[in-house]
Design a protein around this ligand. Sequence first.
Ligand SMILES: NC(=O)c1ccc[n+]([C@@H]2O[C@H](COP(=O)([O-])OP(=O)(O)OC[C@H]3O[C@@H](n4cnc5c(N)ncnc54)[C@H](O)[C@@H]3O)[C@@H](O)[C@H]2O)c1
Ligand SMILES: O=C[C@H](O)CS(=O)(=O)O
Length: 491
Amino acid sequence: MNAPLTSAPLALKDPSLLKSQCYVNGEWIGKGVDPIINPATGQTIALVPRFGAKEAAEAVEHADRAFKLWSKKTAKERSNILRKWFDLMIANTDDLATIMTAEQGKPLAEAKGEIAYAASFVEFFSEEARRVNGEVIPTHRPDHRIIVQKQPIGVCAAITPWNFPAAMITRKCSPAIAVGCTTVVKPAPETPLTALALAELAHRAGLPAGVLNIITGDAAPIGKTWCEHPTVRFIGFTGSTPVGKLLMAQAASTVKRVGLELGGNAPFIVFDDADIDAAVEGAMASKYRNMGQTCVCANRLYVHETVHDEFVAKFTAKVRELKVGNGFDVGVTQGPLIKAAAVDKVVRHVEDALAKGAKVETGGKRSALGQTFYEPTVLSGVTKDMIVTQEETFGPVAPVYKFKTEDEVIHLANDQPFGLASYFYGRDIGRIFRVAEALEFGMVGINTGMVGVDVAPFGGVKESGLGREGSHHGVEEFLELKLMMLGGIDK
Ligand SMILES: NC(=O)c1ccc[n+]([C@@H]2O[C@H](COP(=O)([O-])OP(=O)(O)OC[C@H]3O[C@@H](n4cnc5c(N)ncnc54)[C@H](O)[C@@H]3O)[C@@H](O)[C@H]2O)c1
Ligand SMILES: O=C[C@H](O)CS(=O)(=O)O
């Protein structure tokens, strides 16, 4: 059904950044039919095309033709275009953030922060493009020489989530493009407008047709087409673990590489020697960023019994200062969740915890602002039999547990299938190394609540994913090592 456009046009300095078509082979194609809804107001912002398997295959063919040219560009040529893309993202931050807040809901200041974060990957990999060096290996025979060349793997697919509509795309596409690959991208159905605006800026930066292709539409057939297409050499996915497992299975049909950034269930541990004020600050940053809708949010807060009451009192006081509302409104620090179903999941988690004996320190109920809003919540008296312990809540709920010993809390932290981010606060150097090495997670924040940055490898272990994004490691999954064994050198 074509939902009517019921919202006033977004206040953009450059209205041409608001796209309602797909970007394929350097052209805008398709007819908008699926509404993109503002989660704060329920209004329709724009309509986007509903593409499927056919268009997904066509995008791969365009990307493959472009690969043959793009991979032959010099590293400096690729670097220069990525740098221009970065410059245009920064110059258009306000419009990109406005589009993001409208479709995703996060407060405008957070959206601007994400644009800077997303742009930082483009900048970083514009520099890495020129650092992809091969090797000459000391020979085993005087008449032989051994050379290892790093070559771009080809067409890479990216399927991304709604919680970081810009950064999850640039964190995958900029390293791929930097080393000479080409890309086909399906953004989340909730938040494609940010992705399409990024494509427009890439076009303006001079990225050749077919290097970046972005289509919207039916996720399952698009994903299956790319997973099974013999020309696609890599599937990059950021999203839930169940979908990640499905894509990994589908990609096996053509022995593709996969890069999986999946679900999390981060422990946040406060030891007895922690700086409590710093721990509260770190917990606020980790827990309530994006209304708790990040894969690295503190999902379980374990506080040593000797400092528990002080931490809960100070933490709860800070949470009560959060202001819930429309992300465009001045002073709002907590916007809506992405959709009503997300709030329903939060309600289910909180009600389960209360039924099993948890206590509400603050919040604990839907906001009167509407069906997509939930009050920032702190629960105490939480135990491991509650759903919040085993499942990622993906909302503004902080379950607090008490613990007695280091061994006990390390076991509790590790005793679940996820392994993305983890955090702890403490100052004893011996404990810092013991705990950091014992935690079964891809990332450990020590006396900090934030781990995601362009220069550091981001990724998880166990059922939180495969591979690393960002940092100089971030190009490796887009490169093949080619051995050149040269004989007959003595003739
Ligand atoms: N590890 C990370 O970096 C990271 C980052 C953001 C989100 N996430 C995780 O993502 C989840 C929330 O995001 P979400 O709700 O968008 O996840 P999701 O898995 O439902 O969707 C993610 C993407 O996959 C697509 N998709 C869904 N079903 C598909 C299918 N059968 N075939 C192909 N594509 C399909 C969606 O359209 C979307 O583009 C949470 O679990 C969160 O932890 C992880
Ligand atoms: O939600 C997942 C993001 O990758 C979190 S971060 O912004 O990269 O820290």
